[in-house]
Design a protein around this ligand. Sequence first.
Ligand code: GTP
Ligand code: SPV
Ligand code: MN
Length: 608
Amino acid sequence: MTVLAPPDTSTLPSRSDLSGWVSEVASLTGADEVVWCDGSDGQLQGLRDLAVARGTLIPLDPERHPGSYLARSAPDDVARVEDRTYIASATPEDAGPTNNWREPQALRAELAGCFAGSMRGRTMYVVPFSMGPVGGPLSGLGVEVTDSPYVVLSMAIMTRIGDAPRELIEGGEPWVRTVHSVGMPLVDDEGNRREDVAWPSNDTKHIAHFPETREVWSFGSGYGGNALLGKKCFALRIASVIARDEGWLAEHMLIIRVTSPQGRRYHVAAAFPSACGKTNMAMMQPSLPGWSVETLGDDIAWMRKGPDGRLRAINPEAGLFGVAPGTGETTNPTAMAALGSDVIYTNVALTDDGDVWWEGKTPQTPERLTDWRGDPWTPDSESPAAHPNARFTVAMSAVPSAADDWEDPEGVAVDAIVVGGRRASNVPLVAQSRDWAHGVFMGASVSSEQTAAAAGATVGELRRDPFAMLPFCGYDMGQHWAHWLSVGEALGDGAPKIFAVNWFRRGDDGSIMWPGFSDNSRVLKWIAARLDGEADARDTAAGMLPLDGAIDTEGLDLADGLMEAIFDVDAAAWAKEADLTEEFFQTFAATLPAAMTEQLGELRARLV
Ligand code: GTP
Ligand code: SPV
Ligand code: MN
C-alpha cells in the first residue's frame, strides 16, 4: 500500500476522480489495505471463505443449498434505521418535512470524526457498480467503499460490480460516491488490537445522504438498506433527486409483464411500502388459467420517457433482498424455486442438518431449531425463530419467472402504475384513478400499517407513506408530487393509467378478506380490461370501481357479501380519511401542488 498523508479529519473527502477519492477515504479511515473488487468469481470465493473463517457466514448443507450461507446480524442491527437516516441538502426546505434534514457542513464534520480511523485493522474494499445494465441509457454508476466482506458479497448479487463499471467511471461517466463502514476498528487509538466479531457494527449509526454532491456516507450498520448502498441510498434517495433534476422517476416499485390468454402483454409498475407485497406480486403465479406474470423487478423502478413517448422502466438492481417470513410454497413458490443455490440468508433460523427455516416457510414447524440469534429454539419459544425482517439475497437470474429480456437496457413501456398499502379498513380492493392528477393524489395519500422493515417501528400502526417513498424520497414530498404531475404532462396521452389496490382489508371478524397472492391476478385481469377499454366502472369517492361481478371470482369460495364489503366506500370513514389527508398535506405548505388541494376538494364533494 502507498504511504498516505495524515488524514484531514475536519471534513469528508470530496475529490471527484476515482483513485484520488479512494486514497482520501483510505487515509481518513486508516484501513490496513485497499482491495479493488473486479467482480471475478475467484475474488468473490476468496471473500466467502474469509467470511466463513470469521464466522460471518455459516455454510449451509451443500447438498440442499449449494453455495448458500446464513449470516446472523448483531441483535440490534436488523433493519433500516429511519431516525438516523439523513438528507443533508443545502436547505431544510429541500429535504422537506418528512425527512431528517442535517446541515451539510456540520454533518460532514461529524461524520469525519466517525470515519477517522474507523477501518483500522481492516481491509477497505472498493466496489465499482452499475445500477441497471452496464452502460445502458437508463442506468447509473456508483462506487461503494466498504470494510464489510458481507456487504461486498451482497453487492455482487444485488448490483453489477467490477471492472466494467470501473472502466466507465474512469472514462469520465458521472458516478455516485458511497462509503460504508461498520464502525468497529480492530486497532484503537493507542494501537491496541482487538478481536473481531462475526457481525461488527456500532451503537452509533448514521446513514447520511448529500444529494447535491451525490454522496452517501453510512456508518455503524451492516444491514440491508443501511449498508448495501446501491439500493435505497443511491437508487432511491440520491436517484430521486437526480430524477427530479433530469425529468425522470426513481420509485419504490416492482415491475412485471402480465400476459393474457389472448397473448396481450401489459407492463405494470407497482409501489407498495416495505414488506407489503412487492416481491410476492413480482413473482405471482396467477390462479386464473391462461394468464402469466413475468418478473422484471421486485423493489425499485427507474422510469423515463422514451423515444416512443412512453414511460420506459428498468429495474436498476440485479438481485433480490427479499423478506423471508411469509415466503413459502403456497404464498410464493417462485421465490422458493429461486432459492435453490447461491443464496445469502440473513437472520433466518437454522436446522441441525444445515437447512434454513422461517415462519411461513412450511406448514409444519420444526421441533428444534437454532434461532436467528444463535440460540436453541422450540415451538414453545416466545419469540419467532426467524427475525420478522429476515431476508434472502439472491440473483435475479435465479428467479424462474424472470422475463428473458429483464436486462433490456431500454426497459419496458409501462401501461399501468399501481399504488397501495396495508390497510385494514376503508381502501377498496382496487380502484382506478379518474385521470393522472387523481392518480397522483391516490399515490400522495397512501397510508399503510407499519412492518418490521424499519427498526423501532410500531408494527401495525398506520402511517402516511406517499408512493411508498416516505423513507426513500431524497427531497421534499410536495415537490415529489409536483414532479409526478409534470411527468404526466410530458407523457400526455401515452401516460400509464393509475390504479390503487389493497390486498389487506379486514372483515368484521378481523381476518384479511381477500385471498391475495395468486388470486391478485383477478385484479390484474380487471386492470387489463380497463386498459383495453373493455370494462365499465362506477365513479366513487375512492375512484373508479369495478361494476358488480366484474372481478373474476370463478373458482373462489368466498363468503356471502365479501365482494361488497371489500369494495364498500363508507362516506363517514372517507370524510375522516379526507380530514387526515388534509392535515398531512398541510405539513408541506408551500410545495403542495394546487392540484392536490383540488383533488381533496373533489373527494369531499363526492361524499355529500
Ligand atoms: P420490501 O422488500 O421490504 O420492499 O418488501 P416487499 O414489498 O417486496 O414485501 P414482500 O413481497 O416480501 O411481502 C412481505 C409480506 O407481505 C409477507 O409476509 C407476505 O406474506 C405478505 N403478502 C404479500 N402479498 C400478499 C397478499 O396478496 N396478501 C396478503 N395477505 N399478504 C401478502
Ligand atoms: C425495504 O425496506 O423497503 C427493503 C429492504 O427493500 S432494505 O433494503 O433493507 O431497505
Ligand atoms: Mn423495498
